[in-house]
Design a protein around this ligand. Structure first.
Ligand code: FMN
Length: 320
C-alpha cells in the first residue's frame, strides 16, 4: 500500500521524505530517517568545507545502507555557498538523490546532475517555479504550502491548493508538504495528487532530533497559532516558532531597523546555541503550523510507523 513513483524511483519503503533542516540534519538524524523507511536528506550547507561534508556523507553510509540524498541550498546565505563543491562529493561518493531548494532553480548545475544520472528533486512553493525546474530537467518536484516550517516564499499558497494545482499540471511525480504531521495529512496529500510527502516539523520532536530536550518540551506544548513569519522585509520569509527572539525580529522589522540589526538578531549561530544549550529564548527555530498537531516525543521510527498505521486506517475508512 502507498507505493508510488516516488517510492519506486527513490527505492524507499514509505512515501515520506525527511526534510533537510539547517544545523539539524546530522548524519545520525538523516540515517534515522532512512532507516525508518523514509528518504533522509543531508543539508549540505551545514558543512563549510568539502572535506567536512565528505566526512558527513561517509558517516551516513556507515549508519545506513538505505537510500538518502543531499540538499543543495540556493537560498540567500550569510556565507558564499559553492554548490559545485558539494556536487564533487556527491559524484565521488556515489550519491544518487539530490534535492535543490531556494529562490531559483540551479540552472548552472543541471548539466552535471544529468551527466551523473542523479534523481533531481527541486523544492519550491509555486507552479511557475515548478514548471521552470521541470523545463530544466527536474525528475520530481516538491511543493510546500504556506503552513510549512522554514522558507515560505512570497506566494502564500496553502498546501490544500498548491498540491493539486501543481500535480495536475506536471507529468513528473510531485511530493507535497507543509503541515503534514500524521497519517491523515499523508493520505490527504496523496488524495490531492502528491505521490509522496515531505516532513520537517513532526520530526523535530523525536528522540533522534539533535535539539536540547528543553526545546523539544517547549515545542511539544506549542499550538498551531504559535508560529510567525519573519524576514519578509528582507525578501527571505521564514516561518518560525514564536519565542522572544522571533518577537524581537518582528519588532525590528516593524520599526524598519537596519539590515545589520535584523541579521544580527536572526543570526544562525544563536540558533545553534539554542539547540545545544536548551535556552529556548536564545535563537530561532523553523517550525510549521503542524506543530499544533504534535503532542508527544517518540523515536523517529515509531513516529513513521504511527503515520503509516493511521494512513492505512484512514484509507480503509474512506473506502468503506
Ligand atoms: C528546523 C527546520 C529547518 C529547516 N531547514 C531547511 C533548510 O535548511 N533547507 C530547506 O530546503 N528546507 C528547510 N526546512 C524545510 C523542510 O525541509 C521541509 O520542507 C518542511 O519542514 C516541510 O514542512 P513541515 O515543517 O510543515 O513538515 C527546514 C524545516 C525545519 C522545521
Amino acid at each position: 500500500m502507498f507505493k508510488t513513483r516516488v517510492t519506486e524511483k527513490l527505492g524507499i519503503e514509505y512515501p515520506i521524505i525527511g526534510g533537510a533542516m539547517m544545523w539539524l540534519s546530522t548524519p545520525e538524524f538523516v540515517a534515522a530517517m532512512s532507516e525508518a523507511g523514509c528518504c533522509g536528506l543531508l543539508a549540505s550547507a551545514m558543512w563549510k568545507t568539502k572535506d567536512e561534508f565528505r566526512g558527513a556523507v561517509k558517516k551516513v553510509k556507515t549508519l545506513t545502507k538505505k537510500p538518502f540524498g543531499v540538499n543543495l541550498n540556493l537560498f540567500p546565505a550569510m556565507r558564499a555557498i559553492d554548490n559545485s563543491e558539494y556536487l564533487d562529493v556527491i559524484e565521488d561518493e556515489g550519491i544518487r538523490i539530490v534535492e535543490s531548494s531556494g529562490h531559483k532553480a540551479p540552472e548552472e548545475l543541471v548539466g552535471r546532475f544529468k551527466k551523473l544520472g542523479l534523481t533531481w528533486i527541486h523544492k519550491c512553493v509555486g507552479l511557475r517555479y515548478a514548471q521552470k525546474a521541470v523545463s530544466l530537467g527536474a525528475d520530481m518536484i516538491t511543493v510546500v504550502g504556506f503552513e510549512n516550517g522554514g522558507a515560505t516564499g512570497v506566494l502564500d499558497l496553502g498546501t490544500f491548493v498548491l498540491i493539486p494545482a501543481v500535480a495536475s499540471s506536471l507529468k513528473v511525480p510531485v511530493i507535497g508538504g507543509g503541515g503534514v504531521s500524521n497519517g491523515r495529512g499523508l493520505v490527504a496529500a496523496l488524495a490531492l495528487g502528491a505521490e509522496g510527502v515531505i516532513i520537517g516539523t513532526r520530526f523535530l520532536i523525536t528522540d533522534e532530533c539533535p535539539i536540547h530536550p528543553n526545546l523539544k518540551q517547549a515545542l511539544c506544548k506549542a499550538r498551531e497559532t504559535d508560529t510567525v513569519l519573519v524576514m519578509r522585509t528582507l525578501g527571505n520569509t521564514h516561518r518560525i516558532w514564536k519565542n522572544q527572539t522571533a518577537e524581537k525580529i518582528l519588532e525590528l522589522e516593524a520599526r524598519k531597523a537596519t539590515l545589520d540589526e535584523i541579521v544580527a538578531a536572526a543570526a544562525g549561530a544563536k540558533d545553534k546555541e539554542m539547540f545545544d544549550s536548551g535556552d529556548v529564548q536564545r535563537g530561532t527555530i523553523s517550525v510549521g503550523q503542524g506543530i499544533g498537531l504534535i503532542h508527544d516525543q517518540k523515536p523517529l521510527k515509531e513516529v513513521v510507523l504511527d503515520i503509516m498505521r493511521e494512513a492505512r486506517e484512514v484509507a480503509a475508512r474512506l473506502s468503506r
